[in-house]
Design a protein around this ligand. Structure first.
Ligand code: ADP
Ligand code: LRH
Length: 458
């Protein structure tokens, strides 16, 4: 088994189990299992297919063979409720479901407590939506998605800190559940399990230790940003683009609140100061509608379209829910109904690069920090056009990769807990730099990006 560990990484678009082997300063990755993550609409509500995901996890762990540890991460904010017997109450609801529409507007501003960007689907708003239901009344515990899967594997209950920091119910200063806020909102404190931290041992699955990692996928991705030093911005680019900086302390100023920047908890007591940008979700949705055409061919065709001819403000919540994405884009961008697919794709990528630029600039202003490079990790690092456009838009070099940063961050935290890797974030990042492929994109500076920013009014 040598020094092998298994990372279970569930993204909103797919799941995978990755085995990482650490040997004499090398890290060899093997994606042993990939599986689809396909939400299901039942009775008007959009759900995750949690049992299909669990099957993918178990099959992947079987493929992984003997390992020294297992770590689980997934997208944030969503949860399952279990009853007194430990049985799951209903299928976890997808954060893009409409049940939280209008809830955030009804609740007092809680930025001073949790330091989070107001997103309609933050757990706190989902719980307020669920509060009148029989299911919530019957709930014994709330388990965030990675904690639910870890519970099924080990029988142990807990709430991993980095993911708990996305709920809106954690106090950003004390890093504990905010009991006063929970009671003020009329939520039941007993459903929230004790907090555990990356590196803690959760329990055993068939004799193998399950280790808490940065179970929020973005927290694990940030661990594996191959930065040298601290003057970098990161973009964790997949279904979402999480764009920001790594800080020692939260920024809770009025300007930060107004710009809707978030202070999420990171590995090793860092703060992930970032903004959720719509990411590759609009592209994913268009591809789904179009019957999954070949992506590289479509991107090549989009690359030959004129730059910045059509841009939209991708942060507009109109793009949040699933369905008829190309139609919404054409309408917002003022594109003719018969605009071809490469034109729509080009509009998405130009607009995404513009949104990246805005968030990178705002993060620096709000945190009072200057960066010299932008690291782009996740599936988006495979999109050469997007990486180049992001460099051009930001006027900064983009270092793209690793694609599987989240799984690598997950593996590194486990390996460190087992004593196989030593040191802090700097040491872990040096290992990523030395062992993974990273591509550099130099910016082509142009005032066209300033004009485009003016056109979308941001
Ligand atoms: P998540 O973790 O949110 O599910 P990923 O980090 O796996 O997302 O990234 C998925 C995205 O990666 C897809 O939406 C797609 O746009 C991009 N991607 C995947 N493969 C390619 C490819 N061959 N070329 C360009 N982009 C790709
Ligand atoms: C990315 C992510 C992001 C959250 C969103 C719900 O996968 O975890 O950090 O805001 O999903």
């Amino acid at each position: 088994m040598s020094d092998a560990f298994a990372a279970v990484d569930l993204g909103a678009s797919s799941g995978r189990v990755v085995v990482g082997r650490f040997h004499q300063g090398e890290l060899e990755l093997d994606v042993v299992h990939r599986f689809a993550n396909e939400p299901v609409r039942v009775g008007g509500t959009l759900h995750w297919d949690i049992l299909a995901l669990y099957r993918g996890v178990v099959e992947g762990l079987r493929e992984a063979g003997p390992v020294r540890g297992i770590g689980i991460d997934s997208w944030a904010v969503d949860y399952g409720l279990i009853d007194d017997d430990g049985a799951l109450l209903g299928n976890p609801v997808h954060y893009r479901d409409a049940r939280t529409d209008g809830i955030a507007e009804r609740v007092r501003d809680i930025y001073d407590v949790c330091g989070l960007q107001t997103l309609p689907f933050n757990t706190v708003y989902q719980l307020i939506a669920a509060e009148p239901t029989a299911q919530y009344a019957a709930a014994h515990r709330l388990l965030l998605i990675p904690d639910l899967l870890a519970y099924w594997l080990t029988g142990e209950i807990g709430a991993e800190y980095t993911n708990a920091s996305t709920t809106g119910l954690l106090d950003v200063r004390t890093r504990e559940w905010s009991w006063p806020l929970i009671s003020e909102l009329g939520l039941r404190s007993t459903v929230l399990p004790p907090i555990r931290h990356p590196g803690d041992r959760i329990g055993l699955y068939e004799g193998t230790p399950v280790i808490a990692v940065g179970s929020h996928d973005t927290a694990s991705a940030v661990v594996a940003v191959p930065a040298d030093g601290s003057d970098f911005a990161y973009i964790s680019c997949g279904t979402w683009s999480l764009v920001g900086l790594e800080l020692d302390h939260p920024v809770l100023s009025d300007a930060s609140r107004a710009a809707n920047f978030t202070n999420e908890g990171g590995v090793d007591s860092t703060i992930r100061y970032l903004r959720n940008v719509m990411g590759l979700w609009p592209l994913q949705e268009c591809l789904r509608e179009w019957g999954s055409p070949d992506l590289p061919a479509l991107l090549a065709a989009a690359a030959s379209k004129p730059e910045l001819a059509h841009v939209v403000d991708l942060d507009d919540p109109v793009f949040l829910p699933p369905g008829d994405m190309a139609g919404r884009l054409r309408k917002t961008a003022g594109l003719p109904a018969d605009a071809d697919r490469p034109t729509v794709v080009r509009c998405i990528l130009d607009s995404l690069a513009l949104a990246h630029r805005r968030a990178v600039r705002q993060a620096q202003e709000l945190a009072g920090r200057q960066v010299s490079v932008v690291h782009l990790v996740g599936g988006g690092a495979r999109n050469e056009l997007l990486c180049q456009l992001t460099a051009d838009a930001c006027g900064l070099p983009v270092l793209a990769g690793p694609v599987e940063a989240t799984a690598i961050g997950n593996l590194l935290v486990q390996a460190r807990a087992a004593g196989v890797v030593e040191g802090g974030l700097d040491a872990m990042r040096a290992l990523v730099r030395e062992t993974q492929q990273i591509v550099r994109y130099e910016p082509v500076v142009s005032t066209a990006w300033d004009d485009a920013a003016t056109r979308v009014g941001r």
